[in-house]
Write a protein that binds this ligand. Sequence first.
Ligand code: IDP
Ligand code: MG
Length: 142
Amino acid sequence: MKQRTLAIIKPDAVRKNVVGEIIAQITQAGFKVLACKMTSLSAAQSGKFYEVHKERPFYGELCDFMSSGAIVPIALEKENAVEDYRALIGSTDPAEAAEGTIRKRFAGSKAENAVHGSDSPENAANEIAFFFTESEIVANNA
Ligand code: IDP
Ligand code: MG
């Protein structure tokens, strides 16, 4: 069954000018882009997006980083999208990520790790709704 997930190209990767290469790797892996835009978040908006991590020691650093520049959220669709996209990006820490994964290729550190990926279909739905309305996704794919 088709499933959705949310990717975000993070500010470090936008600064490195590798947005195109990352999207190419995602689409070559069989994902369909349902919606995509370049935008940016305030620290407060980043805090809301990453609210599940608010007790973690790196929360402040994460919010500062995610609001430090432009980001590219992308709603994706594929069979088994959540798990397959997590496999495509690799481990949170690029030092531990498998060869050829997006984080291995483009991430500089565990904090500034190039891309986000949803961790469950339920969170994917909420995260997609954070950036895109359902009607714009439908309109984009009519
Ligand atoms: P994930 O992005 O692989 O799902 P999470 O544990 O959900 O990893 O953490 C969310 C984000 O928080 C990471 O992608 C990374 O940017 C940042 N992060 C995670 N662990 C650390 C850490 O130990 N130090 C600094 N930043 C971290
Ligand atoms: Mg996560």
